[in-house]
Design a protein around this ligand. Structure first.
Ligand code: SF4
Ligand code: SF4
Length: 290
């Protein structure tokens, strides 16, 4: 049976890639179960880097799932209906002609529907890549890597998860994008457990509550880990009070963590005194997911 565990946070920079890389390392190298990481933060993927970077790439597949509108000016009668209908500000007027700004075009098709002369067509463009490889710390990672100015991250994340499922490991650890947008929903739907990483700040707690709302709406079990709790103990206690037993771990701010991250090495692969505490948290995540 495959188990998917998603690590997410309501805002960026809270430490979810730290947790994801250490959880993948813990399951693969310490527990010794088949495990693969999925980097679902397609706009800024760095899970493979946190595990020492790829040393062997097994596959690098291009994904063509996006499209951009183009205008045939021979057919265009300058009625401007396309300009009026575009909700993404992807059509501007230049020298009284409608002009597509490709970077903004979502390929939604609305302009083509309203165009009375069939002057608008669509060309398929690259959305990004799905990369599968082995990292220096001997953990496999599938990365969703979005093309520069690319769109459709939700679909790219879906494809990365599907790739990991096909590879067939028992545990799939998904490092989600920050926030509650499309790629995050695509990371969480159907998963066995959502682990929310939160810092003791009002901004991070607000993001955490939004993620809890998502988890409860789509009925995914969730647990909370408070990272850097000692930077504001009072606020950390407030979070624990409000979220009760769902809080399953607290991690202090530590230079060891910063150093391990900068060294592209999971903390659990170092001799840090913090290792035991982090290992216990990983153990608890796996237990909750069993
Ligand atoms: S396809 Fe959609 S986003 Fe792109 S230009 Fe047309 S209306 Fe705008
Ligand atoms: S809707 Fe069609 S005909 Fe009208 S301005 Fe746009 S491209 Fe030209």
């Amino acid at each position: 049976m495959q188990r998917e565990i998603v690590i997410a946070s309501g805002k960026g920079g809270t430490g979810k890639t730290f947790l994801s890389s250490n959880l993948a390392y813990y399951i693969s190298k310490i527990v010794g179960r088949p495990c693969i990481g999925v980097d679902a933060d397609a706009e800024a993927p760095d899970l493979a880097l946190a595990l020492g970077d790829y040393v062997n790439i097994y596959s690098r597949e291009e994904v063509y799932e996006s499209r951009k509108a183009t205008i045939d000016y021979e057919k265009c009668n300058l009625c401007m209906m396309c300009y009026t209908v575009c909700r993404f500000y992807a059509i501007t007027l230049q020298e009284d002609k409608p002009t597509i700004i490709e970077e903004y075009c979502e390929g939604c098709g609305a302009c083509g529907i309203v165009c009375p002369t069939q002057a608008i067509s669509y060309r398929t463009v690259r959305t990004g890549f799905i990369i599968h490889g082995r990292t220096r710390h001997d953990v496999d990672v599938v990365t969703a890597d979005l093309e520069v100015s690319g769109r459709n991250t939700g679909h790219l994340v879906y494809l990365a998860r599907e790739k990991a499922k096909q590879i067939g490991r028992e545990y799939i650890i998904i490092d989600a994008a920050p926030g509650i947008g499309c790629p995050v929903i695509s990371s969480i739907v159907g998963a066995n457990l959502l682990v929310i990483c939160v810092e003791p700040t009002p901004q991070s707690f607000n993001g955490c509550c939004r993620l809890i709302n998502v988890a409860e709406t789509i009925k995914i079990p969730y647990r909370i880990i408070i990272n850097k709790y000692d930077l504001n103990r009072e606020f950390a206690e407030k979070i624990e009070k409000e979220l009760g037993n769902n809080v399953i771990g607290r991690i202090p701010y530590s230079r060891d963590i910063v150093k391990s991250y900068a060294d592209l090495t999971p903390l659990l692969a170092t001799s840090s005194p913090l290792k035991k505490d982090v290992e216990h948290i990983m153990e608890e995540i796996v237990r909750v997911c069993s």
